[in-house]
Ligand binder design. Structure first.
Ligand SMILES: [Zn+2]
Length: 58
């Protein structure tokens, strides 16, 4: 079984719901929630995602 790991801190991601995917298709990074939170905040701040999309990401 494929084990998901955070591309930043290498922590195992046990649940697909507990990850943040950042990137543009060919260069996707999977991050744990701890590492992904600043990414989501960044995207929101730069208005790359809407508040609605932001809410969908946990
Ligand atoms: Zn991480």
């Amino acid at each position: 079984m494929h084990i998901l790991k955070c591309d930043n801190c290498r922590k195992e991601i046990k649940n697909r719901e507990q990850r943040v995917v950042a990137g543009l298709g060919w260069n996707e990074k999977e991050l744990c929630l701890d590492c992904g939170r600043p990414v989501k905040n960044f995207l929101l701040k730069k208005k790359l995602i809407s508040a609605e999309e932001f809410a969908k990401l946990k």
